[in-house]
Ligand binder design. Structure first.
Ligand code: ATP
Ligand code: MG
Length: 585
């Protein structure tokens, strides 16, 4: 698979293509939100063929599941000459913060998506619609479609009924519209305390769909909002706010996850009532549902992520082990790799779990053709080439990327004293071990063939040095270099030139593939060895500026840590190993 595959068809694309073919979206008008019917009808014809939206609630950091929704909504808009809005669904005053708003903007941009079209910024805040939304509520009350209920929250719950039993009408359900209107105005004016009463839609307490049993539209909440301050003390419920937000923005296709399927009848009910009342202009938005992304070995609930961060199980929202987009970026994931992953997932209506290796493979496939190669040694062991003169320095070279053998090259010095990986030498080699052991020949990659002549131990019995001789006629790239056949090739770095560096090697954050399933406490399933830090060496010439990425030969893809790395003191995160080490056995 390449990164440039044509988008594969899916049910959402079919729906959009049908809508475009039928022409009913064509003469749609569009004005800046909030556009009620009057404003919409006076506005020019929409130049966007469709409108979608990505509507995060600013109460946490975005994660890989959100990336699926972002790629889908922005991707569809792009493919069909439409516009995708970034909408902060900030109707809940208590958990929302500006910090999250900034982090969300940062991440959507990082993923490579744009909401500025022709000089217009399509970034919106649902809280800017509070006044329009309130106006709609009054219209619903006046038309008898909503009433103020003075039952307590418990009474409402108790009279809602069950899946098999109808609910019971509230004693306030048939109160005159003017009385509900007066109370609604009092609610807004702050006359009543939290929970004293609520505004409910008047639909059908016997509906088989519980969501249609007179759902609450407004509740009283004397709380300060991060953008509207203390202007409001009533806040809209999500299921009421969402369709209205879509309509006020002129969204054509409102795409959400499957758990909202049961809300769709209410979504349509509310928009149809408001259209009948002349509050909204046709065509009305339509809601479609797709299966959310469930990725193995991670948690993506914002509540659980917050717990991991705030209780210090990880180091912040951008910890490289987290599936937050900030964490994935710090780990070395590229925007292209995440878009590729989302493309490969496709879109369906069936819930499934995706193996973590699918995400990792997308990163390898993105980086392999573009990442520079270099050598790193994680566990250094000194190797002395005893027949190589002390003062001699030879420059070896290799292509920066083997997919471009004639492209730019990297150069690095070969000297008498080198470092190799400790694991590349064995005193007593096991069967089929082709690397260095006494008497054996191996090739030092991009340099000469050497023969191991001995090794040194310290008082504790640890091997501190290996000795070898090089075979002068075997230099890589020279004629006859391959006359002597060897079975092993190992990597090395010149000792005096090597750069000391810290490497962070990650493993999965949870020991269980489904940490948030069942009744278990996901915190008990944290892998205590999810990060191993080692001090090693880097090939000279590697400039570990934050965010730079390499493939270190044989070890995997690494990124210089965005927060901690400097060229003088590199800190490198392993993004992914070269092969799938998570595959099921
Ligand atoms: P949580 O329930 O953990 O708070 P959320 O889904 O409510 O998360 P929102 O900020 O409301 O978070 O999500 C914004 C958008 O991202 C929604 O349209 C939602 O459907 C979508 N989304 C969230 N998680 C996923 C997921 N795992 N897969 C696909 N889309 C997702
Ligand atoms: Mg939500």
């Amino acid at each position: 698979m390449t990164t440039e595959t044509a988008p594969s068809s899916n049910f959402l694309r079919s729906i959009i293509e049908n809508d475009l073919q039928s022409g009913h979206l064509e003469s749609r008008r569009w004005g800046p939100p909030p556009a009620t019917a009057q404003a919409r009808l006076a506005a020019p014809v929409d130049t966007a063929r469709i409108r979608t939206r990505f509507p995060p609630e600013p109460n946490g950091y975005l994660h890989i599941g959100h990336a699926k929704s972002i790629c889908l909504n922005f991707g569809l808009a792009k493919d069909y000459d439409g516009i995708c809005h970034l909408r902060f669904d900030d109707t809940n005053p208590e958990k929302e913060e500006d910090e999250y708003v900034r982090a969300i903007i940062d991440m959507v941009q990082w993923l490579g998506f744009e909401w500025s079209v022709g000089g217009v910024e399509h970034c919106y805040y649902a809280s800017d619609y509070f006044e329009a939304m309130y106006g709609f509520a009054e219209a619903l009350v006046q038309a008898g479609h909503a009433y103020v209920d003075e039952q307590s929250a418990e009474q409402m719950r108790a009279t809602r009924g069950t899946l098999t039993e109808a609910g019971t009408d509230s004693p306030w359900r048939d109160r005159p519209a003017h009385e509900s209107l007066r109370l609604l105005r009092e609610m807004r004016a702050g006359v009543h305390p939290d929970g004293r009463m609520a505004l409910r839609a008047r639909i059908d307490m016997a509906s088989p769909n519980i969501n249609l049993r007179d759902p609450v539209l407004y509740r009283i909440r004397h709380a300060e909002h991060h953008r509207t301050g203390n202007t409001w003390c009533i806040y809209p419920m999500y299921s009421w706010a969402h369709p209205v937000e879509d309509a006020l923005e002129g969204i054509t296709h409102s795409i959400c996850t499957l758990e909202f399927e049961d809300q769709r009848p209410f979504y349509d009910w509310i928009l149809q009532r408001l259209a009948e009342l002349g509050q909204l202009a046709a065509p009305l938005p339509r809601q479609y549902e797709f299966a959310r992304l469930n990725l193995e070995y991670v948690v993506t609930s914002k509540r659980k992520l917050r717990e991991l961060v705030l209780e210090g199980h990880v180091n912040g929202w951008d910890d490289p082990r987290l599936p937050t987009l900030a964490g994935l970026r710090r780990r070395g994931y590229t925007p292209a790799s995440i878009r590729l992953f989302c493309d490969r997932l496709g879109v369906s209506k069936a819930d499934s779990r995706i193996e973590y290796s699918v995400l990792e493979q997308a990163l390898r496939d993105d980086l392999d053709p573009i990442a520079d190669r270099a050598v790193a040694i994680l566990d250094p062991l000194r190797l002395v080439i005893t027949n190589f003169p002390d003062a001699r320095i030879e420059t070896c070279s290799a292509p920066l990327n083997p997919h471009a053998p004639d492209g730019p090259r990297r150069r690095f010095p070969f000297t008498r004293t080198l470092y190799i990986e400790r694991d590349d030498f064995r005193e007593d080699p096991p069967r089929k071990y082709f690397r260095l052991f006494p008497g054996n020949l191996v090739r030092l990659k991009y340099a000469w063939v050497i023969r191991c002549t001995g090794f040194t131990r310290n008082e504790d019995g640890d091997i501190t040095e290996v000795q070898a001789e090089y075979l002068p006629d075997t230099r890589s790239g020279t004629q006859g270099a391959d006359a002597i056949k060897v079975k092993g090739t190992i990597t090395w770095i010149s000792a005096v030139h090597a750069i000391a560096a810290e490497f962070r090697l990650y493993d999965r954050l949870f020991l269980d593939a489904h940490p948030d399933s069942g009744q278990r406490d996901f915190l008990q399933l944290i892998n205590p060895e999810s990060c191993r830090t080692v001090q090693g060496l880097l090939e000279p010439g590697v400039r570990a500026v934050p965010g730079a990425t390499w493939q270190f030969e044989r070890l995997g893809y690494f990124v210089a840590d965005r927060e901690l790395s400097t060229p003088e003191r590199p800190v490198l995160n392993r993004s992914v190993t070269l092969r799938d080490t998570w595959a099921r056995t």
